[in-house]
Write a protein that binds this ligand. Structure first.
Ligand code: GUN
Length: 298
């Protein structure tokens, strides 16, 4: 891509189609599944949902459907909100030892009586396709093979799809969660970007976003990033999943305003969201390849 991307005022940003990119990547996943099938292996993802969080139920349904579309088996296990921590840990332990299961995902959040960190670290790192285990977080930090969390991984694929070279660029990440913001910053750093991490206590966010070549908005606050906060030619990835007053899904970015200045922008819905599930499929097939005795891919 042109090194000096600019959006001359009045021209709208190129809107990145996360659905189309997902579809291309899912074709690759399906082919890799078929190659494993020839070795007698069918990748399988165990999906555990505890409680009745309505958003989690939708996410889990979408994950299971996406697995089916690519030929990945999914074992959905639903437990009621009173399911005990020890019973959950026992289920994870059984799946860790099940050779037919290659990936294990416990949908978060879990009910308050269950210790999230305990649950995540109970999952065998080689099957932790969410990339949340401390072993995988450490692998990402030190740049050795592991599993990358799906949303930041999807953001990196989006940047790759537009041929964006991060070397020496200033990337501003808004939001510091373990699931998105922190791993996002590490992946950007790995590509030699200069990374600024902004969070709830950041003073004068605008002064930082105005210096950004790339903005990743993952704060969970609608209309946090407005037109006056970005410079022409910026690349904006919107990870937000919020609802406006009419109940419509919206991101963290004022899309209609910011698109008049940005070079590239992801919409909500249809941008980063579909990529998160796609990278889960990529991680699951990768887990199966790594666990296959005759392949041993990294
Ligand atoms: N809750 C919100 N996002 C995620 C995710 O990516 N994985 C899991 N397991 N739970 C989530």
């Amino acid at each position: 891509m042109d090194e000096h991307i600019m959006n001359p005022s009045g021209h709208s940003a190129q809107v990145i189609d996360g659905v189309a990119l997902s579809s291309r990547l899912r074709t690759g996943v399906t082919q890799r599944v078929q190659a494993l099938n020839l070795l007698g292996i069918t990748p399988r993802l165990a999906v555990i949902l505890v409680g009745d969080n309505p958003a989690s139920q939708v996410y889990v349904r979408n994950k299971v459907k996406a697995c089916q579309d690519c030929g990945i088996l999914s074992g959905l296990e639903k437990y009621d909100a009173h399911f005990s921590e020890s019973a959950l840990l026992a289920r994870i332990e059984a799946l860790n030892h099940d050779p037919a299961t290659h990936g294990i995902l416990v949908q978060l959040p879990v009910p308050a009586h269950i210790d999230t960190a305990k649950v995540i670290t109970a999952i065998c790192p080689a099957k932790d396709v969410d990339g949340f285990h401390t072993a995988n977080a450490g692998a990402l930090m030190t740049g050795v093979p592991g599993f990358w969390p799906c949303t930041p991984y999807g953001c990196m694929e989006i940047l790759d799809s537009i041929g964006y070279d991060l070397y020496g660029k200033h990337a501003v990440v808004i939001g510091c969660s373990n699931i998105v913001g922190k791993p996002m910053a590490l992946l950007l750093l790995q590509k030699n970007a200069t990374v600024t991490m902004c969070h709830i206590a950041t003073r004068d966010l605008k002064s930082l976003t105005l210096q950004a070549d790339v903005i990743v908005a993952a704060a969970g606050k609608r209309h946090l990033v407005t037109t006056d906060m970005v410079r022409p030619g910026v690349v904006v990835l919107d990870v937000g999943m919020n609802h406006d007053d009419a109940g419509k899904l919206c991101g963290d970015v004022d899309f209609d305003g910011v698109r008049t200045k940005a070079a590239y922008i992801t919409p909500v819905p249809g941008g980063v969201g579909p990529m998160t599930i796609t990278m889960l499929l990529v991680n699951t097939v990768l887990a199966a390849e790594r666990l296959a005795p005759s392949l041993g891919t990294t």
